[in-house]
Structure formats: structure tokens, C-alpha cells
Design a binder for this molecule. Sequence first.
Ligand code: LLP
Length: 432
Amino acid sequence: MHEFRYVGARLQCEGVSVEALARKHGTPLFVYSQGTVKGNYERLETALQGLDHRICYAMKANSNRAILRTFADLGAGFDIVSGGELQRAMAAGADPATCVFAGVGKTEDEIRLALKSGIYCFNVESEAELQRLDRVAGRMRKKAPVAVRVNPDVDAHTHAKITTGTYENKFGIPFEKVGELYAWAAKRKHLRLRGVQMHIGSQLTEVDPFEQAVRKVAPLARELADRHGIEFLSIGGGMGIVYRPALASGPATWWLSKEGRKVLNPTAYAGTLMPLLQPLGLKILLEPGRYLVGNAGILVTRVEYAKQSGHKTFLIVDSAMNDLLRPALYDAYHEIIAVERRARRTVVADVVGPVCESGDTFCRDRPLPLMEEGELLAVLSAGAYGSVMSGNYNSRPLAAEVLVHGKRAAVVRERQPVEAIWAGEKTASWQR
Ligand code: LLP
């Protein structure tokens, strides 16, 4: 469920006209619905009722401070992957004691910062990292709370670039090695074994891989609790969303419903996993990112030109791969709709940005309304891994971001002034 819908001919985000926002703040513009974020969070919370759990929002999906504050106010914890994310979360009002720190390459500086801040746990990805944590914590006369990330060797059936749970990936410790590693770590003076973690990939659209992984890891977690007194099992993130036409039949059809398969929604997810998790008697952590914010954001863009080239039609827009990288990087599908819905000729077109690369394409050969110069399009489901993955390629400033709450809208990131792009650069001393 999300709160972008047509009211009459115009697309609205909650109670605010998207066109009015674009007029006021310019394009490219990310528009976020706070109500959608809250609704997603609450749906998952409701589905998990009765389970001792905590949702740690994977802030890599969207780390705008206003989004983080929304989650902090909802009582969420945070899944962080860098010192920068920890500082950002704290700047937005997050309690470090609710933060889990993931990632394969934590530096000594990052570890020191996290220990000083008092995070809840380090999710550890290698033996070398455990050694480093023990050493750094020792120097600080502290104990580092740790959970080892188990790689359960389960295929998540998702895009190759975002699957993580098989031995082909750089993530985690092979399942068979984990017992040994805990026994070794239990003897380190400056480590405290607090939990065990897994995460098998992102944008999963079936429950089965989660179920397989939990079935494999749950007995191990129980054993580690008995042997080493760990208190939690984190089942990671990865719940997928439906990127394909969702507005077509009204805004409620957000979840996949393929026949004959367990489909993924919070109820199916929790319904399948809770019976496996509850008997463990451990605290269960979840690290969803995309599910919470994906459908809560759109990227609004203006058509600059319509161009005919041979048999192809191109709609050239003022957003590009630097604003939303997912189509260029993963061939990801994002639905694209007109902000003003009216009778238009349908054309089969590519929507492309101005960046000088053929990969700067939001969609190819897709039936779309033939838009005129100056009209607005909305790229849907851009709330997760959208603005966070944006950059300044072609010296394009970072887009502005707006958060909507009912009838109110606030700029939560100013459009980057162009000079800010090169503000940290200098000419060398030998140049005039
Ligand atoms: N936990 C860990 C350890 C992760 O590595 C990730 C995502 C998450 C949680 C959150 O996963 P989610 O619930 O959002 O699926 N840029 C890619 C996605 C990369 C995901 C990286 N890790 C995309 O745009 O599809």
C-alpha cells in the first residue's frame, strides 16, 4: 500500500499535488510519503506481534535525516554499514544502542567510533574482523558485542548483483565453520558474543528462500544460545516489493500474487517464519530496507524533448542515471507514469536522461503516453536505493527531496548548489 494516487487527473502524494511540488521546488525531485513509510512499518510490526523482536531499518536504502527521524520516532533500530551512517543516524536522533553494524570492511576508525558510541552489536563477516575487534576493544578497555554473519548457502533467486547468501558471495562465514569460530571467540577477553546474523539477499519475491535459510540457521542459533549465551538471531532484510504496474488497478495491488507460490507480503513472511522463530526463545532482529521505503518515494522529472530516431521514440527527461542508478546498474524496472493523466496518444518509447551514456535509460520500448515538452513524469518506487545511490556524474547537482505528511510538505534536502559539486577541489600548487 502506498499513498500516491490520482485525484481527478492529477497525481497526488497524500494530500499534496505532485505538480505543485515540482513547480515550487523544480525537477528532478524526490517526493516521499511519510504516511506510506509509517504504514509499511506498522504492517510489519502488526504481522510480527507476539514475537520478541526489533526492526532495525537498513538505512542504506534511504538515509535522508527526515526518513531516519521518522523511523526513530516509530521506535525502530538501525542497520548501519559505515561510520558515516552511524554519525548520520545519531545526527538524526537515533539511539546508537539500537544500531547493528554490518559490512565486510569495517576500518579501525569505524570500530573505535562504534565502540565509543555504544552500538548494540557488530555483525561480523570474517575471522580477521573478530581479531581486529578484540584488539581495538582491548586497547579501549571495552568488550565488543558481536554476532557472526552466517552464510547459509541458500539461493535467494534474485538479481546476481544483490544476492548474498551463497558461498559465491563475499559475505558471511560458511555455515559449517561457525561453531568453531564462536568457540574461539568465546575465549577472547574483549569480545562479547551477543547474537548470530544472516542475510541472504535483497529484493526477494518469494518466502521459500527465507524459510530455507531460517530452517537451517535456527537450530544453530539455539545451540549458540545454549553454549555461549547469545541473546538474538537477526534474520536480515531482503523483503522485495512489486515494481511492476501498481497504479494500474488502484494503489492497493502492491504485492505479487503469482499462482501456486507462497507470495511475499508481511503476513506471509511473518506467518511462515514466526512458527520457526518463536520456539527459539531468542530476540529476533530484522533489517528491512527496501520494503519500508521503496514504494514511499517517487522521482519527478520533466520531459525536455521528444525525439524520433529511425523507428525509435525517445522521451528525454531532466533526470538521469546519476539521480536513479537502478535501471542502468541492474536493468531494474520502475513504473513511469504521467503526473497529469489525460487522453494522450500511446507510443512505444525509451525514457532517457541527458547523461552521455547509452546506459542512461530509465526504460526501453515501453508503451507510454506521448508527453509534450515541459510535462512531468513520475518514476515510481524510487524511495529505496534512489537518492542514496545518486552522484554528480556530468556535474549534475544532487536532486532536491521533499517529505509529505498529509497536506504538508517540507524540503528535506535542498537541491545541491552547482558550486558545491567542486567545492572541495583545488588546482595544484604548480598550476596558475
Ligand atoms: N541487511 C544487510 C546485511 C544488507 O546487506 C542489506 C542490503 C539489507 C539488510 C537490506 O536489504 P533490503 O531489505 O533493502 O533488501 N542497491 C540495491 C540493493 C542492495 C542491497 C544491499 N544490502 C538495489 O537497488 O536493488
